[in-house]
Ligand binder design. Structure first.
Ligand SMILES: O=P(O)(O)OC[C@H]1O[C@H](OP(=O)(O)OP(=O)(O)O)[C@H](O)[C@@H]1O
Ligand SMILES: Nc1nc2[nH]cnc2c(=O)[nH]1
Length: 185
């Protein structure tokens, strides 16, 4: 079966945040995150692939501009496999950099029910990370978030709908759309 067409989804989608609004949110986040670290700190900056990639890249530059150096690594843990729901987390790649005693900064596109970032944060702590901060471009507003997880830094809040663009996929399409859309009915 072929994937539903991105163009059809866009035709009925609602634009929630355009590129300037998201860039502005990321700049604001960078100021907050910079202030959370001391002079000379070099956090281990972990991009949560795939969705976190565009956001993480932009945030990294904004942090560099503010004098915060970062050591880069990445992980890929996926839960949804292109659908809106699913159970269990599949680790496709774990970071190679030792975390013991490190300050870890996780960058992901969205905190929805929180299963992904809860498992990822717990894994970082199990590896001996001294401190784990979470930065997400979007936080979905509902009451289904699992206990024990919250983002430290949030770009924008999105309604309880399937969203795509700016890293987030619509059936593995549309990740490079420079805006966040909510899927229509
Ligand atoms: O808060 P949750 O309900 O756990 O959902 C959020 C996670 O879901 C998405 O990842 P996905 O598993 O779709 O992988 P992807 O980044 O490769 O699209 C997104 O990138 C988050 O990591
Ligand atoms: N693309 C996308 N991925 C998600 N992962 C968890 N929630 C969402 C969502 O609304 N959209």
């Amino acid at each position: 079966m072929s994937a539903p067409k991105l163009g059809d989804a866009l035709a009925s989608a609602q634009i929630l945040f355009d590129r300037p609004a998201l860039e502005q949110a990321i700049v604001r986040m960078a100021g907050e995150i910079r202030a959370a670290y001391a002079e000379g700190d070099v956090p281990l900056y972990i991009t949560v692939m795939n969705g976190g990639l565009p956001f993480a890249a932009q945030l990294a530059f904004a942090l560099g501009e503010r004098g915060l150096d970062l050591e880069f690594d990445y992980l890929h843990a996926t839960r949804y496999r292109g659908q809106t729901s699913g159970s269990g987390l599949a680790w496709l790649h774990r970071p190679a950099t030792p975390m013991h005693g490190r300050q870890v900064l996780l960058a992901d596109d969205i905190l929805d029910e929180g299963h992904t970032l809860l498992a990822v944060k717990q894994w970082c702590e199990d590896q001996g990370a001294a401190d784990v901060r979470i930065a997400v471009l979007a936080e979905k507003v509902h009451d289904r978030c699992v206990e024990g997880i919250a983002a430290d830094h949030v770009g924008v809040q999105v309604p309880d709908a399937y969203v795509f663009g700016y890293g987030m996929d619509y059936h593995e399409q549309g990740r490079n759309l420079p805006a966040i859309y909510a899927l229509g009915d």
